[in-house]
Design a protein around this ligand. Structure first.
Ligand code: AMP
Length: 219
């Protein structure tokens, strides 16, 4: 079974995916995380992707698709449950993902569309802080670290993502409406789409996601 998480920046897709991983044997494929890792490693892909990410633009498809292909084209792929977080981001990526999965005799079974008001998303994202070592995320109001500005686990100074400032967040939202929103029709036609109101408390959203997954499994 494979699941796609779709939604504008700041709806909590990554948080919910991480919560699923803690409870279920699943594999998360977050293209944002993979791209940030490439930047940290200063790989040629990371160097090419950095400028697009800092401006809130999509990284060119060929770079992103290469990363995803590498992650899922393994002999175990058919046995794994993948959660695609932030991928696909446009119709071309969705079609490419379908064709990779078809070649692995697999398919997308469930697409969850996360919705939340834009101003609330901006408050969530501008307060987000991240540990540069373990990548855990915190929030200056909603999920404060125990020691003010330090990671609870690594005890090092938390940082803010360079694309988590208001101007870039608004641009990421514009890109979402233009390129990613059309995917809702694409998956709606395939009868795999479900919607979740992500403005509710994290635990409530999580239990709804778990219910959606288990009802898909029963079908
Ligand atoms: P995220 O961590 O999902 O918010 O992604 C951060 C940034 O990485 C985005 O604003 C894009 O610049 C880039 N990115 C992540 N996933 C993709 C994708 N599937 N296609 C193109 N660019 C992506």
């Amino acid at each position: 079974m494979h699941i796609v998480f779709i939604g504008p920046p700041g709806v909590g897709k990554g948080t919910q995916a991480n919560m699923l991983l803690e409870k279920h044997p699943m594999v998360k494929i977050s293209t944002g995380d993979l791209l940030r890792e490439s930047i940290r490693n200063q790989s040629s892909l990371g160097i090419k992707a950095k400028g697009f990410m800092e401006k809130g633009e999509l990284v060119p498809d060929e770079l992103v698709l290469g990363l995803v292909q590498e992650k899922i084209s393994t002999p175990e792929a058919g046995k794994n449950t993948f959660i695609f977080d932030g991928f696909p981001r446009n119709i071309h990526q969705a079609k490419e993902l379908d064709s990779i999965l078809t070649s692995l005799r697999s398919k997308i079974d469930l697409v969850i569309d996360f919705t939340m008001d834009e101003e609330e998303r901006i408050i969530r994202l501008t307060g987000r802080r991240m540990c540069p070592k373990c990548q855990r995320t915190y929030h200056t109001i909603f999920a404060k670290p125990k020691d003010d500005t330090l990671c609870d686990v690594c005890h090092i100074l938390l940082v803010q993502r360079t694309d988590d400032n208001e101007q870039v967040i608004r641009q990421r939202s514009v890109v979402y409406w233009e390129h990613t929103k059309p995917l809702l029709n694409y998956y709606g036609e395939r009868k795999v789409l479900a919607n979740v109101d992500a403005s509710r408390p994290i635990e409530k959203v999580f239990s709804e996601i778990e219910k959606l997954i288990s009802s898909k499994k029963k079908k």
